[in-house]
Design a protein around this ligand. Sequence first.
Ligand code: SF4
Length: 430
Amino acid sequence: RALRIGTNHGSLSDRIMNRYGDTPLGMVESALEFARVCRRHGFHDLVFSMKSSNPKVMIACYRLLAARLAELGPDWNYPLHLGVTEAGEGEDGRIKSAIGIGALLCDGIGDTIRVSLTEDSIHEIPVCRDLIEQTGRLANLEPLPDCPPLPFDPFEYRRRPADKLPLGEGLACGGDEPIRVVVSRAQREALGPIAPGQDVRPEGVVEDLPVVGVDPRQPFALPEGAGLVTVRDDVPLPAITAFRLLAARLRQMNCRWPILLKDCLRLPEPPLPSRLALLQSATVLGALLADGLGDALWVRLEPDASQALRLAYNILQAVGSRSFKTDYVACPSCGRTLFNLQTVTARIKARTAHLKGVKIAIMGCIVNGPGEMADADFGYVGGAPGKVNLYVGKTPVKFNIPEAEAVDRLVDLIREHGKWIEPPAPAATS
Ligand code: SF4
C-alpha cells in the first residue's frame, strides 16, 4: 500500500519550527525528513501532501516541494496530493479549494486532489471533476516564445509594487490600498441602489476608469500619465498566462501602473452555469492574487451582477487579501469527529457571521484539530463526546463545556476578548 507523508501548517515539530519557523520551507523539509526514513528502508510507494487552510501558504509549499524534489533527482519524483485543508462549506469552501488546487493544477503540479468540504463527502467529487476539467483552458503549460522572466517569486508571497491611482469617491487602488472590486456599467445598473455602509459594494465602474487594454505577447507602450492596465479581450491566451505575461512586461518596462485583473478574456457563449463560473473565477483570480499580482478585479463570468460582486469579495477574503466578513476554518469531519460538524457550523455562523475580520475554527477533535486551526482567533474543538473545548488562538482556555451551551460560551469568549459587536437589527419588512 502507498503511504502518504503529509505535513500540516501549524503543527510542525519543535525542531523544525526552531530551524525554519512555521513556513513553507519548514513544511517541505519536514516532509523530506520522513521520506528519507522511508527511502532508507527501501520503501518508495510515497505520496506527499502539504496541508494548510491558507491557499497562499499551500500554493507556496507545493511549488517549493516540487522544486526541491526536482533538485534531488529523478528518483525523487514522487506524486503530490493536493488539497486545501479545513476549507469549510458552501461557496466559501469551493472558492478556497479552487484557489489552492486550481492554481497548482494550472502550474502543472498535482497528481491526485481532494476538495475537503464540511458537507456530505459525495458533494466533493463533482467539484473535483469540474476543477480538473477546467484546468487546460486557464493556463498555458508550454513555454511562450520571447517570454520575460517570471514577474514574482513563486515561493514567497509579495505584492507587486504599483503606483496609487485615484478611482473617485475618495477611493484609490495600487500602492498600499486594498485590492478594489470594480464592475461594468451594465453590472452597476443591474445592482440598483447600494445601502450606505454596505460592505459588499462596487468600488469603481470600468467604463469610467482610465483603463488601458494591451496585448502582452509583444512589448507595448502605454500612454503618458497614469492609468489602470489590463489584458485586451482579444488576446488568444489563457487568462492566468496572459496576466502573468502582462506583469512581466511591465517589470521589464519599470512600469508601476496598477493592474486590473479579469476572470476571463472572452465571455463564454452560452454563459457558464454559476457553479462553474465560481470555480473558474476563483482559480484565475486566486492564482494571480496569490502571485501578488492585481490592484483591482472584475468578475464577469458569473452572469448575475449581485452574485458576481459577492464572488469578487469572497475571492479576496479566501485568498487573504481583504476581510469583509467572519472567516471560518472548519474541518471536513472524519471517524474522530465528536459532534455534528454541519449543524454546529451552521449554529456558530448564525451567531457570529457579522464579526468582520474575526477568524473562527470549528474542529471535530482535539487529536488534530488544534494543530490545524491555522491562525484562527478562536477555536471550537470537540474535546470528548458531547463536550467542547474553546481556544483563544492556539491556547485552550475552557474545557469540557456541554455541547448545548458551547456556542453561548464561544460568544462570551469573543466578547471577553473585545472582538464582539452586536449584530445589525433585522431590516424592517413592509
Ligand atoms: S475530526 Fe479531527 S482528525 Fe477528523 S478531520 Fe476533524 S480535526 Fe481532522
